[in-house]
Design a protein around this ligand. Structure first.
Ligand code: SF4
Ligand code: SF4
Length: 283
């Protein structure tokens, strides 16, 4: 079972939800928590892991200047603008390369070969009994977040219950995180902006054919607009987390409410149970 936790916008408490959900289940079964918010991963801050580290590479072209005739075919072919053919050499802009491999195919002189280029790392740890934490980190200045997300998810492949913390928004990294998930928990706040961004995120889950449910975070009790929207879109509200000083102070210390406050572990375990039911999976 793969559950992805996502949100239409940043700052809704998505990572906190993913961490609480994972923590609430580890007494019942092993959980693998995968941090795919690779530009700003933060799940490791909840668990203080001692990880094994693996670099993530992509492939970029390497030009053999002895073979290159400066014909220009590669530069014309690359739709990402990663190659520029000058009068005396070919420039490769590594960060713009999408590793499609096309330039190597079109080069008539076979002057282009592949070389590895590091874009990030994946950290793998077992910070608590029953909990495996895999975190993807995109290197500063790099743009190929989906490449790092792919490797982070691949490391978890074969594990029983996988909870994926996605990037916020609806761009490529989110699609990559949601790919092949069984269920999506969308975390939102009951504000007009929150509802607008929730609607965008729901659009993504619908277009991927992904079942989804909603968690309303930092609720001040005025959630009618979000609840009406959920009813209209046939989306279950799985949990409502109130805006409270007690919850905020636990979270501000970097702690989990499922560990520190009574009743929350059970509430998050209930969310998981409902996800299973909505997916038609027996416990
Ligand atoms: S396609 Fe090959 S030969 Fe032509 S400019 Fe590029 S690297 Fe050089
Ligand atoms: S591998 Fe693809 S994206 Fe990268 S430089 Fe070559 S053509 Fe461009």
């Amino acid at each position: 079972m793969k559950i992805v936790v996502a949100s239409g916008k940043g700052g809704t408490g998505k990572s906190t939800v993913a961490a609480n959900l994972a923590y609430s289940l580890i007494e019942l079964q092993s959980v693998t928590l995968v941090d795919c918010d690779v530009e700003v991963p933060n799940l490791h801050l909840f668990f203080n892991p001692e990880p094994a580290i693996k670099e993530v590479f992509t492939i970029i072209p390497k030009i053999d200047s002895d073979l290159c005739t400066l014909c220009g075919d590669c530069g014309r072919f690359c739709r990402y603008g990663a190659l520029t053919v000058l009068k005396d050499r070919v420039l490769v802009f590594e960060k713009m390369c999408h590793a499609c491999g096309g330039c190597m195919i079109v080069c008539p002189e076979k002057a282009i070969s592949e070389c590895n280029y590091a874009v990030g790392r994946v950290e793998d740890s077992n910070p608590l009994p029953g909990l495996r934490l895999i975190s993807g980190f995109l290197k500063e200045g790099e743009v190929l977040a989906p490449r790092v997300i792919k490797d982070a998810k691949a490391a978890a492949e074969g594990d029983g219950l996988i909870i994926i913390d996605s990037s916020p928004g609806i761009a490529c990294p989110v699609i990559e995180a949601m790919d092949e998930a069984d269920f999506c928990i969308l975390v939102t706040e009951s504000t007009p902006f929150g509802l607008h961004d929730l609607d965008l995120a729901v659009g993504v889950t619908k277009s991927l054919g992904l079942k989804a449910g909603i968690i309303i975070n930092r609720s001040d009790g005025s959630d009618e607009d979000v609840r009406n929207y959920c009813r209209k879109m046939d989306l279950p509200v799985l949990l409502t987390i109130p805006f409270s000083r007690e919850i905020a102070s636990v979270q501000n210390r970097g702690d989990l409410i499922s560990e520190k406050l009574p009743g929350w572990k059970e509430q998050f375990a209930g969310v998981y149970k409902e996800c299973l039911e909505l997916c038609g999976v027996d416990e």
